[in-house]
Design a protein around this ligand. Structure first.
Ligand code: B12
Length: 214
């Protein structure tokens, strides 16, 4: 798993794909590959970026590599539920923010857990979250923000839901590196998750499904 992490840090895209495929062939759990290989790698690179030891082009390559590796892994992430979907989630990265790795992992894991997920992508305006949630009769709006400046858009979405009297039907969960439980409480969000595991647990809680696997 360390090799996948290290090759991602070194931006050796083809090697990452080969190693991911090899790990799958060896029967290694796909969620472990996501967590201990890919996520670990991007986090190391993130820390280096913060210290000025890595640069944006490297991050962009690693991010793209990670997304493509996730596509390879998706069919191997064990579906935990085969019956009807647990609920419908509209997910996206908030307006002004283009970070989509964490959001995409959360979307994948929610799908695998049995939710119907509508991923609106990046730079999603508060009104677009609410409109899609109405259209799809969603149970949850899940928002991701990686910038302190864009976290504020989450508040706007919560306020808009209240204004449209949808806050009882549609629950809001938030996440992303600068987001905290305290922030989630302060804006009136219904749930906050530090990572994709918690995202799934919270989505199950918000839709009234107990998580028997944890
Ligand atoms: C990769 C990266 C990029 C890539 C993004 C590529 C992509 N396709 O996403 C690129 C190079 C494009 C980029 C651009 C920029 N970036 Co950047 N980037 C990062 C970096 C290094 C890693 C982010 C990441 O993907 N982490 C890995 C994923 C797996 O983790 P995650 O996103 O946190 O997601 C997990 C949890 O948070 C949670 N989660 C996430 N979303 C949700 C949602 C819900 C509902 C739930 C429950 C949970 C949840 O679950 C996820 C999986 O476990 C961070 C550093 C960091 N420490 O975060 C900086 C960072 C976020 N970037 C930063 C900045 C400043 C920028 C730029 C403005 C730089 C610039 N000067 O242009 C631009 C942004 C432009 C914009 N408008 O958005 C700053 C933000 C500072 C701040 N306080 O606001 C950071 C913190 C780096 C730094 N310290 O300077 N970036």
């Amino acid at each position: 798993m360390h090799t996948i992490r290290d090759k991602l840090i070194d931006c050796q895209t083809e090697h990452v794909f080969e190693l991911v495929q090899k790990a799958i062939n060896q029967g290694i759990d796909a969620a472990t590959i996501v967590n201990d290989g890919l996520t670990a790698g991007i986090r190391v690179l993130g820390n280096r970026f913060e210290k000025g030891e890595a640069f944006l082009p490297e991050l962009a390559v690693a991010a793209e590599t990670m997304k493509q590796a996730l596509e390879i892994l998706e069919p191997h992430l064990a579906k935990t539920v085969d019956e009807d979907a647990l609920g419908t989630v509209v997910i996206g990265t908030v307006q002004g923010d283009i970070h989509d790795i964490g959001k995409s992992i959360v979307a994948t894991m929610l799908t695998v857990a049995g939710f119907t997920v509508h991923d609106l992508g990046i730079d999603v305006a508060p009104m677009d979250f609410v409109t899609k949630a109405k259209e799809e009769k969603a149970n949850i709006i899940a928002m991701s923000a990686l910038l302190t400046t864009t976290m504020e858009r989450m508040q706007e979405t919560v306020d808009l839901l209240k204004k449209e009297h949808l806050d009882q039907q549609v629950k809001v969960m938030v996440g992303g590196a600068p987001v905290s439980q305290q922030f989630a409480d302060s804006i009136g969000a219904d749930g906050y998750g530090v990572d994709f595991n918690q995202a799934v647990k919270i989505a199950k809680r918000l839709t009234g499904h107990s998580d028997k696997t944890t």
